[in-house]
Design a protein around this ligand. Structure first.
Ligand SMILES: NC(=O)c1ccc[n+]([C@@H]2O[C@H](COP(=O)([O-])OP(=O)(O)OC[C@H]3O[C@@H](n4cnc5c(N)ncnc54)[C@H](O)[C@@H]3O)[C@@H](O)[C@H]2O)c1
Length: 325
């Protein structure tokens, strides 16, 4: 266990847009020391050096992990690099906060999980919405029976079309729909058994991806992401859960409505809320106290990637896919 009084030494791999979101929050904490940053892009390194006043900057995260003593590593690099960096960190006994998607496939996520479990190293998948107070509130309503038995989940996540160039090497299913997949798993509390996906236009990421999936317990999930919008005002991310006795609906940043027993209750949103700061708080809390249970495991993330794999196969083949793990 890390010494209670000493700052936790954290390494950050990847100082791009999201790595800097992590760093902006870490730098504000006096219980953390940013022990090193790695990014192969010189411009990202220069920016990080100026902004975070960190002496130890590396172009290679594997070298940083081998050379700099640390309590934990945050991996905010492109997903194609996650497996190698996470395995190296685990090999050095460092806990990892691994950005989503944790790996390009469920099999690779399970490989990291098995390695971490046998080394006794904690890896927290970066599914940030698990730490968002308003999503937590919606899930609490569902789990406490507030809508009866869940029957149906509907989620949308629309992004501006700069995503097409920024994330040209990763499918929208893995990049943005993976959030909705994880939310559906969390809310439904069961893995998926079948999935179908459609994309319009059929080719390219500047498109709408619409999916329908069903869990082993029969919950039907309609999950959508589109990378077609102009920058500026976008429809809010939205999550709706319908049960056999009502429903609950979150329009992120706008409203939370609970329909039950013939009444609609508008619930106050927790605002301001910073899900990423909450996630970091949770990760650092788990580092300080190894008895603390992480909010989710790599096996949960692998279950989501299992569905993502089925959806990608469905986009290729045009058919419904069995996705039993
Ligand atoms: N949780 C969320 O809501 C959320 C949001 C955005 C991004 N992300 C995730 O964060 C990660 C980074 O995304 P981003 O938006 O910052 O992308 P980005 O392209 O802005 O930044 C990625 C950075 O990683 C660097 N990099 C590339 N290969 C590397 C390597 N081998 N080692 C170290 N650095 C390397 C690049 O030079 C770049 O600076 C992705 O996994 C992404 O899915 C999560």
């Amino acid at each position: 266990m890390a010494e209670a009084s000493a700052p936790l030494r954290i390494l950050v791999a990847g100082a791009g847009l999201f790595g800097r979101e992590h760093l902006d929050r870490l730098i504000k904490r006096d219980d953390v020391r940013i022990a090193g940053i790695a990014d192969p892009n010189p411009a990202a390194c220069d920016l990080a050096r100026a902004r975070y006043r960190v002496a130890d900057l590396f172009t290679d995260p594997l070298e940083m992990i081998a050379r700099v003593p640390a309590d934990g590593v945050i991996v905010a690099t492109p997903s194609s690099t996650h497996v190698e960096i996470a395995l190296r960190a685990i090999g050095h006994g460092r806990a990892v906060l691994l950005e989503k998607p944790v790996a390009p496939s469920a099999d690779l996520a399970l490989r990291i999980a098995e390695t971490a479990e046998s080394a006794g190293v904690m890896v927290l998948p970066g599914h940030v919405l698990r730490h968002d107070r308003n999503h937590q509130r919606l899930v609490e309503i569902v789990k406490s029976g507030g809508v009866g038995s869940p029957l149906y989940v509907n989620a949308r996540r629309y992004r501006d079309d700069s995503h097409v160039a920024r994330y040209s090497d990763i499918d929208p299913v893995l990049m943005t729909l993976i959030h909705d997949i994880d939310l559906a798993l969390w809310v439904a509390g069961a893995p998926f058994r079948a999935a179908r996906a459609w994309r319009n236009p059929a080719v390219g990421f500047r498109s709408m991806t619409a999916t329908t999936c069903i869990t082993t317990t029969g919950v039907i999930c309609d999950l959508r992401t589109a990378w077609t919008f102009a920058a500026g005002d976008l429809p809010a991310d939205r999550l709706e859960v319908v049960g056999d006795r009502g429903s609950v609906e979150l329009e992120v940043g706008r409203t939370l409505h609970h329909y039950a027993e013939g009444n609609c209750r508008g619930l106050d949103l927790v605002a301001p809320d910073d899900a990423l700061a909450n996630e970091l708080d949770h990760f650092l809390g788990c580092l300080r106290d190894p008895q603390r249970k992480p909010a989710l495991t790599l096996r949960d993330a692998a279950a989501g990637l299992n569905l993502a794999g089925g959806l990608l196969r469905s986009l290729e083949s045009g058919g419904t896919q069995e996705v039993m793990a």
